[in-house]
Write a protein that binds this ligand. Structure first.
Ligand SMILES: [Zn+2]
Length: 314
């Protein structure tokens, strides 16, 4: 254990003996690594411009496809998926479903006498499109803890799904129902959940959905007709967005989706703009994080990525 070191340097660096790996680097690495591992396609975990000369890059084929569709970057990579086992310089790299977004992976680096797990963003609760993440059997666990605060306890997903459907039923009667959330994550989950309704999907979500084979819904390249459901990202100016929708449709039900809305103070702030909120998240809630740690058997746990302070959770 004395030769082990883990730290954050625009990416999670893991060193053991003469081996060094980096996970989700956001800057061009200044030193050499045995491999670069990418957990998933969110922009705060992958920066294609930092990776053009990096080798080898390990990620899922879905993550590579998302980067290509969204950023126009093709990165040479070794494709792995849940259950993959791969040796890089005598280190066994195992990949596991992270349950966060399509293509998201957790990794275990097995150095022979030390197993180190890196969750990336993860969710222990299954959704309509993903299985939940299972505990990793490791000595050291490096775990994201976005909602690492006891205030964050999410209702069960099937309850949130029922709440969403009720909003849709009401919203489409004589107006429009609008859902705002992360294009990668909420975009696919809502598309599949609401596929039997007349859904329109904003172009950036549609591009990701198409590459992942989710062909439901029409592309919202112009304002959809009344009686539809619109699935969109989070607009920069919510006040303006609400005003435009109100003037066009009259009746609008706008709902923001993120785990941060498990905190009532954040919901209250949003209501001032005429926007409702449902705490549908791609991350584990606090009890989920605690259970995950306990089931890992880790002797040492690092947490990374803080509780979000702004309105753009990942
Ligand atoms: Zn993420």
């Amino acid at each position: 254990m004395s030769r082990f070191r883990a730290y954050y340097d625009y990416g999670i660096v893991i060193e053991y003996g003469n081996k060094r790996f980096i996970i989700d680097p956001l800057r061009k690495p200044g030193v050499s690594f045995n491999a670069v591992l990418i957990t998933h396609g969110h922009r705060d975990h992958v920066n294609p411009r930092a990776l053009h000369r990096a080798s080898p890059i390990i990620m899922s084929k879905e993550t590579a496809a998302i980067i290509r569709a969204r950023d126009g970057d093709y990165l040479r990579h070794i494709a792995v998926g849940p259950g993959s086992r791969l040796f890089i310089n005598d280190v066994l790299i195992e990949s596991f479903n992270a349950g966060h977004v399509i293509g998201s992976l957790s990794y275990v680096l097995d150095f022979g006498d030390l197993r180190v797990g890196v969750t990336g963003d993860f969710n222990v609760e299954p959704s309509i499109i993903l299985d939940g993440a299972k505990g990793l059997d490791v000595d050291v666990l490096i775990m994201e803890a976005t909602y690492g605060d006891p205030d964050y306890v999410f209702p069960r997903r099937h309850e949130l799904y029922n709440e969403l459907r009720a909003v849709v039923e009401d919203g489409v009667k004589d107006g429009i129902a609008v859902f705002m959330g992360q294009p990668l994550g909420r975009g696919q989950e809502l598309t599949v959940l609401l596929r039997d309704y007349p859904i329109y999907v904003e172009p950036s979500i549609k591009a990701i959905n198409n590459i992942l084979g989710l062909r439901y819904g029409m592309v919202a390249d112009k304002p959809p007709p009344a009686g539809s459901v619109l699935i969109t990202g989070i607009p920069k100016d919510i006040t303006w967005f609400v005003k435009v929708l109100r003037s066009r449709y009259g009746k609008v039900r706008i709902t923001a989706l993120s785990g941060m809305y498990a905190k009532q103070s954040r919901v209250t702030r949003l209501r001032q703009f005429g926007v409702d909120a449902i705490p549908l998240s791609s991350h584990s809630d606090f009890p989920g994080l605690v259970d995950f740690v306990l089931s890992s058997g880790a002797k040492l746990v690092y947490t990374v990525y803080a509780t979000p302070q702004n309105s753009r959770g990942t």
